[in-house]
Design a protein around this ligand. Sequence first.
Ligand code: CAA
Length: 380
Amino acid sequence: MDLSLSDEQQGIQQSARDFARRVIDPIARELDQAARWPKEVVRGMAELGLLGVAIPSDKGGTGADHVAYALAMEEISRACASCGVIMSVNNSLYCDPVYKFGSEGVWGEFLEPYASGRKLGCFGLTEPMSGSDAATMATFAERDGDTYVLNGSKNFITNGPEADAMVLFAMTTRGVGHRGATAFLVPLDLPGITRAPHDDKLGIRAAHSCTIYLESVRIPETLRLGDEGSGFKVAMATLDGGRIGIAAQALGIARAALEKAVAYSKERKSFGVTISNHQAIQFMLADMATELDAARLLTLRAATMKDRKQRHTPESAIAKLYASEAATRITHKAVQVFGGYGYIKEYDVERHYRDARITEIYEGTSEIQRIVIASSLLKG
Ligand code: CAA
């Protein structure tokens, strides 16, 4: 297994790292505390080509691979997990399925502006009564000649308040379970679409999410992604890629916590020495570093498989499961290393601790990842 990075991968990693240090680090705490949408960061990420990393350059993207995407996601998320998820939703959950399942006819309007970052996309799968059990969605698309009429609602839609278009999943046939689901592209300025105010969240507070309502929204059949009835598979295949992005986001959050814990342990004194001299602290730091490394290797393995066009369903689930739970453990320990200072907003580790938590929930909870992994073991 070759663990070396190509010049292109290193270049994208470095430019994301420099941008994160220069532009995001100074404002990350304020973005979190004010729950402020980071417009200037999104513009900067677009200029760097970070909003369509693995989309070919003739379709508005950077034309790099998914390893480069994961590396960049880690760098951006190290500075600000909210900025990381804004990036990942546009890359993995919007541009990727539009490229993979859309026809050339839609790429000009619905891929190029998004992969280049002039516009922003979101992903509409979750509904108020359908989260983990995605096949029970109630949003319905009724065929009417060469159009569809959409009715329903989608919630917890990351980028929802700011997005220009959504990859939306709706039922086109009732009573046949997941085989009745179809994927669509929906411009979000159509009559009949309304958005609720953004959710007030525990973490990733600057990445806005909201509920989106669709009332008799009419779209042409040319905006269907894939065949009627194939929507569930479009969603699952998309999430195979999305979970790599969330694993990389978890890596970034965990790395930020570890770096800050190491630095703090060398400054803070107790019992006459810096706390880095205490084995209790050293063991925590060692465990944090070990878990972070393991999580990174799993994430890069899944990304490499995606680049090789190998089926990577369980590998993505393993990476996301391990990286997200490791991020929770690592940020928990970072708060412990900081002691009382870890619990107040003057230091960033409490933000990393809150931000880590969502990585165990969205794009499939840890329990869903275990179902995916076990099902692949038991099938094989
Ligand atoms: N790729 C392609 N096809 C797939 C697939 C994949 N990864 N996984 C399953 N399928 C296919 C199966 O082959 C099967 O097809 P056939 O019927 O033709 O054989 C079909 O899909 C159904 O598969 P299952 O029987 O395994 O489906 P299930 O209903 O038992 O369970 C599940 C599926 C894994 C629980 C799934 O519902 C799931 O992943 N749920 C979680 C949903 C989720 O992750 N939501 C996140 C929302 S997005 C988000 O969070 C965005 C954000 O804000 C950041």
